[in-house]
Design a binder for this molecule. Structure first.
Ligand code: NDP
Length: 328
């Protein structure tokens, strides 16, 4: 498998088409040695972007990743690391969450300390914050860039109007503007990327670092026959996610998965590879962030890039006919 590198939107930054993130797994579901093996498997396959956030395992995911990076001996210039601020990691006292200047400043410095880095390559506003003026958030992110603590800033789960409001402030005040958005994107969750954000990707060169490309594992087909032990939806405390991933739509989703599996078989590939290739084929996707609990999952998933050129217009139309009604 040869890794492909894409520009992050219209920036000069090159990001691997497949990247690797720490949500649920690092500092929580998997041991630190497994986390290390996964990061090395990813890096050896050409992954150059590791995604993290203050809230992942309340900061522990960043501590685990920082220790692994420190031990790795990899050149700092060879990889990108992100953090995200909004949900907080300590408590929910006033100012410990949100997108105020105070929380963004503290969140950035806390992430740098945990990751043992001098700067973050990417720093995301993890959700929009209705209580903080967007101008305050834009100025705080701009200042972190000017101070050399952050190289590129972006948003996560902001809609196009919210991102446009940030562009308006940054253009008017001559500030560094958001460069990337991190939305959920998978065969069951399409409209934000394909309808809402696509015009901004085209007109402004907004990059996207998309999350949950396998819908938390659902699109591997592993949940069609029940919830396997040790899988994400089997974890204590993940009942909320089970409700979102399976929910009332589950029978329709399982039926769609069976049809997608048949297409994967025709292509002589696996369902996870087909589902990931489908995400990566979208030209507005800068990188598909993978999650994994075992190195074998990553190895399987890296094979997705070989499937992308085989997704012909005819095949994409067939996939549309399977997943569009489910997503609606
Ligand atoms: P996926 O939807 O790809 O789910 C990953 C999980 O699916 C794995 O942890 C594993 O879980 C299972 N899995 C993956 N590959 C396979 C395989 N080949 N066979 C069987 N099971 C497999 O991605 P994530 O939801 O983990 O999201 C990826 C990253 O995106 C996160 O780590 C995080 O960095 C980012 N993210 C960002 C969010 C945001 O709000 N900005 C929100 C969520 C994620 P298991 O083995 O336990 O079943």
């Amino acid at each position: 498998m040869t890794m492909e590198y894409r520009q992050l939107g219209r920036s000069g930054l090159k990001v691997s088409a497949l990247s690797f993130g720490a949500w649920v797994t690092f500092g929580k579901q998997i041991g630190d040695l497994v986390a290390e093996k996964l990061m090395h498997t990813a890096y050896d396959a050409g992954v150059n972007f590791f995604d993290n956030a203050e809230v992942y395992a309340d900061g522990r995911a960043e501590i685990v990743m920082g220790d692994i990076l420190k031990r790795s001996g990899w050149r700092r210039s060879s990889y990108l690391v992100s953090s995200k601020a909004y949900f907080g990691w300590e408590d929910d006292k006033p100012n410990q969450t949100g997108l105020s200047r105070k929380h963004l400043y503290e969140a950035c410095h806390d992430a740098l300390r945990r990751l043992q880095l001098d700067y973050l390559d990417l720093f995301f506003c993890h959700r929009p914050d209705a209580e903080t003026p967007v101008e305050e958030t834009c100025r705080a992110m701009h200042d972190l860039i000017v101070q050399g603590k952050v190289l590129y800033w972006g948003t996560s789960e902001w809609n196009a109007d919210q991102i446009k409001a940030a562009y308006e402030v940054c253009d008017r005040l001559g500030l560094h503007a958001p460069q990337m958005e991190q939305p959920q994107y998978n065969l069951f969750h399409r409209s934000r990327v394909e309808q809402n954000l696509a015009p901004l990707c085209k007109s402004r060169g907004l990059g996207t670092t998309i999350w949950s490309p396998l819908a938390s594992g659902l699109l591997t087909g592993k949940y069609n026959a029940g919830i396997p032990q040790d899988s994400r939806l089997d974890l204590p405390g993940m009942e909320w996610l089970k409700g979102m991933v399976l929910g009332a739509d589950a029978p329709k989703r399982f039926a769609a998965i069976n049809e997608l599996a048949a297409i994967a078989k025709e292509l002589d590939t696996t369902l996870p590879r087909l589902a990931l290739a489908w995400c990566a084929r979208n030209p507005h996707v800068s990188t598909v962030i993978l999650g994994a609990t075992r190195p074998e999952q990553l190895t399987e998933n890296f094979g997705a890039l070989e499937i992308v050129p085989r997704l012909t217009p005819d095949l994409l139309r067939r996939i549309d006919s399977i997943t569009k009604p489910v997503a609606a």
